[in-house]
Design a protein around this ligand. Structure first.
Ligand SMILES: NC(=O)c1ccc[n+]([C@@H]2O[C@H](COP(=O)([O-])OP(=O)(O)OC[C@H]3O[C@@H](n4cnc5c(N)ncnc54)[C@H](OP(=O)(O)O)[C@@H]3O)[C@@H](O)[C@H]2O)c1
Length: 317
């Protein structure tokens, strides 16, 4: 029998006939099929620089209905508004508001404005955060011997700043905007830009990782309490940019230059968008960090060694 008359040929023809159907079904499962971009209203907290700023550009390019960019530095927010206006070809409405996501009054003001202007919200990106880069005992001012009360108090003060930027902010954002998302959107989504440091412990990142982990667990639990909202928790490794300049403990980076070795902001923002589009819940970037995080539970010393090497850390003897 010729191969063209064989059952193989029948299967091939069937597969070819199914391809358009499968493509259609895949498209149908995408969020932008159910909520067209031209109707999507997006709020980005922490958009004056870095990942949030790049996400703002990408949403403007996609031609969503509106993008609201928020950060504390009013001059930077004005720049982002101008950049977004320049890169949207579809008349996306760009709103810039200077505000602090850990300040209740600021978040309520933004909510009031968005409800008045757009009638609600579909997508909230929480990208804001602050870094902390020093070993805890160094923050306390003593790498050997007892720590005095001033040193302990200093650690409490620095931890307060890290908590404000990495936990209280996401908390205030969640309480302020979850009801609006639920009540005004057909397909509400929240994306939390968190960190790989929340899943794999690293030296010099005690305050950063523990406060980021607090907001990760907050949002993971909120995802169960609010199943109508699609939550995405995004855990990237080091990303290019100036994030380390915001260190609340005054520390400096010890690892290789993030601008040479870090993930590219554009790629990170694209992966955030595709994760929201597909409704992915937990996303590691690079993806191999997902299995690496599981490895920690079976072979912790391997990951501890790797993390110490990355951050050029040697425990005092
Ligand atoms: N860069 C990395 O290597 C890396 C790796 C993993 C995870 N992440 C996470 O990625 C997120 C974005 O970091 P990035 O690299 O884009 O750093 P970035 O350039 O420093 O951006 C941080 C943004 O957060 C805003 N922000 C900080 N505190 C705020 C507050 N209280 N209220 C409102 N906005 C606030 C900053 O704006 P203003 O200063 O104008 O307020 C800025 O727009 C952070 O949550 C970080 O934890 C970063």
């Amino acid at each position: 029998m010729s191969p063209l008359n064989s059952p193989l040929r029948t299967y091939l023809l069937l597969a070819l006939a199914m391809a358009p159907l499968l493509t259609y079904l895949r498209r149908r499962s995408r969020r932008s099929f159910k909520l067209p971009r031209k109707d999507e209203r997006v709020l980005i907290l922490g958009a004056s620089s870095g990942i949030g700023r790049t996400l703002a550009h990408q949403y403007a390019e996609l031609g969503v209905k509106g993008v609201c960019v928020v950060g504390r530095r009013a001059d930077k927010i004005a720049e982002v508004v101008a950049e977004c206006k320049a890169c949207t070809g579809s008349g996306t409405e760009i709103v810039g508001i200077a505000g602090d996501f850990a300040e209740v009054e600021d978040m309520v003001k933004i909510r009031t404005q968005l409800v008045l202007q757009w009638g609600g919200l579909d997508t909230m990106i929480v990208a804001a955060g602050v870094s902390a880069l020093r070993p805890l005992m160094e923050v306390a001012g003593a790498t050997s011997g007892n720590v005095g009360p001033e040193g302990i108090q200093h650690v409490v003060n620095v931890a307060g700043l890290a908590t404000r930027g990495n936990y209280v902010g996401p908390l205030v954002a969640a309480v302020t905007f979850i009801p609006v998302l639920q009540d005004t959107s057909r397909h509400p989504s929240i994306l939390l830009v968190n960190s790989l440091a929340s899943a794999i412990p690293a030296p010099t990142r005690t305050l950063y990782a523990s406060t980021k982990a607090a907001s990760l667990h907050l949002y993971q639990a909120l995802a169960i309490e609010h199943p109508a909202i699609a939550f995405t928790h995004f855990l990237p490794s080091t990303v290019e940019g100036d994030f380390r300049a915001s260190a609340v403990d005054g520390g400096t980076a010890r690892e290789a230059d993030p601008n040479k070795t870090g993930l590219k902001r554009v790629a990170v923002a694209r992966r955030c968008l595709s994760a929201i589009e597909r409704g992915e819940k937990n996303v590691f970037m690079p993806w191999a960090m997902g299995p690496a995080h599981l490895l920690y539970w079976v072979w912790p010393s391997l990951l501890e060694w790797r993390a110490s090497a990355k951050y050029q850390f040697q425990a005092p003897r």
